[in-house]
Design a protein around this ligand. Structure first.
Ligand code: ADP
Length: 276
């Protein structure tokens, strides 16, 4: 069977994957990783920004498509503001200081603090346009910061964008395990491989003795989910005030976060190159 080209009009692979949209004709995107979470506030956008930063530091051309339309936080994390340009056939992403390409609803608002009070279908349409109407150029790794949960907008992401793999972000409380399970089940229903789970805010490091303290217990819940679905835990991220400072200060692409390195290594070695 021939290899999937991610263009269903020309591909001879005859797979059963749902038909997705083609990106802009001037976009050449090799790999797309969606970052999802079962609910908001677990650090999904922070993990997206760290992963993109880590791949950019490895020398890959990296992009972030901020599909979290109503909770867009990626531009602030990279200190990117403003004036998105168009050439009539599409719009151009902006770039962070380190050269990560970014598109986000916040970059299109007159005032960044304006709320987005659109209904689901309009929001879903914008996500789709971020894929089809943005002139991304050459991208080795695109990260999609998905809206939280398993509603109609996350679904649009998987129906419009040809995602190669999903990273699930969660915190370690046992209550989240059911929500994570929903996200993993959604990915399975959409026939998109789940690359693994990132466990965020799972411990703190004592500033005096350096000892690891598992504030939420032993993190058993995440381990159990990982085991149940035979998924690797890609990274365990501590509660880290440096991360909050970097996010609030717009320095997410210049800071180094060593704890994300195992996840970045897996993305580097474990994702085949596709041409979108
Ligand atoms: P989500 O995208 O899931 O809504 P965010 O990435 O926006 O979550 O994170 C929510 C808040 O938690 C932000 O203020 C962020 O700086 C903070 N945060 C995320 N991960 C960590 C962490 N590991 N340590 C400390 N604060 C964190």
């Amino acid at each position: 069977m021939s290899e999937c080209t991610h263009n269903c009009n020309t591909c001879g692979a005859k797979c059963s994957a749902p038909q997705t949209d083609n990106p802009h004709e001037l976009s050449r995107i090799k790999r797309v990783v969606a970052v999802v979470s079962g609910k908001g506030g677990v650090g999904k956008s922070s993990v997206t920004a760290m992963l993109a930063g880590a791949m950019n530091k490895k020398g890959y051309r990296t992009a972030v498509l901020d599909a979290d339309i109503t909770g867009a936080s990626i531009p602030k994390m990279y200190d990117v503001h403003g004036d998105v340009k168009s050439d009539g056939t599409g719009i151009f992403p902006l770039e962070s200081k380190a050269g990560i390409k970014i598109i986000s609803s916040n970059l299109l608002l007159e005032n960044e603090s304006d709320p987005i009070v659109w209904r689901g279908p309009i929001i879903a349409g914008m996500v789709k346009q971020f894929w089809t109407d943005v002139i991304w150029g050459d991208v080795d790794y695109m990260f999609v910061d998905c809206p939280p949960g398993t509603g109609d907008v996350p679904l649009t992401v998987f129906q419009s964008i040809k995602v190669d793999g999903i990273v699930v972000v969660t915190t370690p409380q046992s209550l989240v395990s059911m929500i994570v399970e929903k996200a993993v089940n959604m990915a399975n229903m959409m026939k998109i491989p789940v690359l693994g789970i990132v466990e965020n805010m799972s411990y703190v490091v004592c500033p005096d003795c350096g000892k690891r303290i598992d504030v939420f217990g032993s993190g058993k819940a995440v381990g159990e989910i990982a085991q149940k679905f035979s998924l690797p835990v890609l990274a365990e991220i501590p509660y880290d005030a440096r991360l909050v400072e970097a996010a609030d200060g717009g320095n997410m692409d210049s800071e180094q976060f060593d704890y994300i390195a195992p996840a970045a290594d897996i993305l580097e070695s474990g994702l085949p190159i596709k041409s979108h």
